[in-house]
Design a protein around this ligand. Sequence first.
Ligand SMILES: Cc1ncc(COP(=O)(O)O)c(C=O)c1O
Length: 377
Amino acid sequence: MLPCQRHLFDIPEDVAWLNCAYLAPLMRSVCAAGEWGIERKRHPWRITPKDFFTESEQLRALFARLINADPDHIAITPSASYGAAIAARNLPLEAGQRVLVLDEQFPSNVYAWKASCQAAGAELITLRPTQDGDWTEAVLAALDERAAVAALPQCRWTDGALLDLERISAACRQAGTALVLDLTQSLGVLPFDVTRVRADFVVTACYKWLLGPYALGFVYAAPEHQRGLPLEFNWIARKGSEDFSRLVRYRDEYQPGARRFDMGERANFHLLPMAVAALDQILEWGVDRIQVTLAARTRSVAERAAEFGLDCLAEDRRAAHFLGLGFPQGIPDRLSETLAERKVFVSVRGDSLRVTPHLYNTDEDVERLFAALEALM
Ligand SMILES: Cc1ncc(COP(=O)(O)O)c(C=O)c1O
């Protein structure tokens, strides 16, 4: 278990931010790294051509460590939806084929497939859980010869329902189904190892559980997709781009591995140092320890919630960092706004009041949540 890390953040004592699944607050170290980055751009004579590469490679390597991948397999992107668009461009569909998504899945890993399906005459299939609420079984049951792609998360963004990705990836390989994972709501808190979960593409945004800045994300592309087509044709992704004096000797070859999928201007002078600082800290804490610590926090919130007659998924069915609290009479109108007036911040998503703590939360934050709920009910 990790002790409370609130001192690393800048969160006033009277703010209960139980909303990391919406936006993570930035650590002081991450802000300092961003300020240093802006400072350099203020005085560009401090930025050398080498800097366009070294920081990108440093960040690529850190993210690769997080998912036990080779840095060559990682691309730097602006968002999760950009990553899903790379995957959709490189996994062509045929008429009659199917793409599997979950009911109420976050749109970043849905719209790209909707467009691909429309263009190809393929079908987007929305899966519901089995009668006893099992999403893994629902996916496994849909993996037949028509299923070309399964586009999935590790946990649902509304209620934290967990999927067993090891079982799903093994079944996808047997069925010949490509697996495209959006791990925006789980990387950084749930252990994930790409050598155990053999995905074709993994995409994520950086601004939630990776505790990084907005407008940055990552893609893991499996080796067999690393000769694919990028979304844009930026110069830095081409072979030899290190030599700025020869950029007009246009090259057809790309930088090695998944670097061809990097976004234009990926060497962002303030976002990259911020993300490096955030990932450094996450790796220092250790994802396993973050998970165990947040599991204890959500467990205690779930027990208190039960006393209020609020239900949530059983611990073995949900992600450790996620609680979707259900109200027996439905969610009261303006619930999250009313709680926010008391400086208690949570989200309403689907039918759930989503409570998503991180290491900065304290017992007092939880007390404030229940005091506010008590006043309302
Ligand atoms: C599951 C999931 N994926 C992705 C995102 C963000 O997507 P993007 O980076 O495309 O804006 C969110 C934001 O809530 C999300 O919950």
